[in-house]
Design a protein around this ligand. Structure first.
Ligand code: NAD
Length: 319
């Protein structure tokens, strides 16, 4: 089997490669060629979270699991709080084929999912990108979204305003004017990415103009919430996987309040595969509930292994 160390990932997997891998696996899910296994997630106490996301892509011949979690004490140890490792297996024999460092891959595959939603659902003439959130993941989201539309400026809000200048530096690198704004100025945005660990809605229905695309990326657990449920009732709602969207995604709240039904949510893979319509008018609000599925992790890890083998940077071991 091969080991692809975390330190190699940046040189191997580009945002473009992550975008392609995730788009392909979303379409494979829609065609029934790939499916996710139930997620396991445990609270370990003292804020620590640990879990597994896994799945099988028959067509891509990828099976595996991402083991990972959140360990808030790590910052004091000089290592990232989020820790992920991907294990891949041969779907025919069950033999392990690879272990891949999963930290950067998680950021890349999450940014890719939102960018895919912007690419497929935002208006073609979208000019203003709104960011709600300014943490680690927000920087990846901003870079990835900027690749798929000709944005002319970025407006941003964060619960902790002192974090915004770092996001502004990323916008500057991309050559985009950046402005910190109050939430009610998000009405200026044509596409909005939310990516916070918020336990309550920040972005309200009144903060979103007709014709906007909203990608909600922060809510991946029961109890998290970034947007007002009424916004989902007003929008056409898309997701990576409906089962996760209604239980651990942003839609959990609108579903619980009876504002939308499971049948109102469209898997984005069906849009990519040409089985469902994307945006249908210039005025409608589209909303992508990006919950993060195991197959995204396996898709980018599979790409990392292929590229590492080609470049001779994978470590081969017998297990
Ligand atoms: P981070 O710790 O670097 O940043 C946290 C962000 O949340 C910051 O913008 C912070 O200001 C904001 N925040 C914290 N407490 C808040 C509160 N009470 N109200 C409003 N905002 C608050 O984390 P990150 O790595 O940027 O991840 C952000 C979120 O995205 C997390 O919830 C993480 O679990 C989630 N995530 C989702 C996926 C997915 O696939 N959907 C993948 C990776 C991360």
């Amino acid at each position: 089997m091969l080991i692809v160390p975390e330190s190699e990932i940046a040189a191997l997997v580009s945002p473009e490669a992550a975008f392609t891998a995730v788009e392909e696996v979303f379409a494979a899910m829609a065609r029934g060629e790939a499916y996710n296994f139930p997620v396991i997630r445990e609270a370990l106490g003292e804020g620590r979270q640990y879990g597994f996301k896994s799945g099988l892509d028959r067509k891509g011949a990828v099976m595996g699991v991402k083991s990972g979690g959140y360990f808030p004490g790590n910052a004091g140890r000089g290592i990232p709080n989020h820790q992920s490792t991907v294990f891949l297996f041969d779907p025919e024999s069950g033999r392990p084929t690879a272990v891949v460092g999963g930290n950067l891959l998680t950021a890349l595959r999450t940014a890719a999912a939102a960018a895919i939603s912007v690419d497929r659902l935002a208006r073609k003439d979208a000019k203003v990108l709104g960011m709600v959130g300014a943490g680690h993941q927000a920087q990846f989201q901003l870079r990835a979204a900027a690749r798929v539309r000709d944005f002319e400026r970025v407006i941003a809000w964060n619960y902790h305003p002192e974090m915004l200048p770092k996001l502004g530096e990323v916008a500057a690198e991309l050559g985009l004017p950046f402005e910190a704004v109050p939430l009610d100025r998000m009405t200026e945005a044509d596409a909005i990415v939310t990516v916070t660990s918020s336990p309550a809605a920040s972005l309200m229905e009144a903060h979103v103009s007709p014709g906007t695309h909203v990608a909600c990326m922060g809510t991946d657990t029961k109890g998290k919430q970034e947007v007002e449920p009424a916004l989902l009732a007003r929008a056409r709602v898309f997701t990576d996987e409906v089962a996760q969207s209604v239980t651990i995604g942003e839609a959990q709240h609108a579903i619980a309040e009876g504002l939308i039904a499971e049948a109102d949510i469209t898997p984005i893979g069906t849009v990519i595969a040409g089985m469902a319509a994307g945006r249908q008018s210039e005025d409608e609000i589209t909303l992508f509930d990006g919950t993060g599925v195991g197959l995204q992790d396996l898709a980018v890890a599979g790409a990392a292994v292929r590229l590492a083998a080609e470049k001779g940077v994978a470590v081969s071991v017998t297990i």
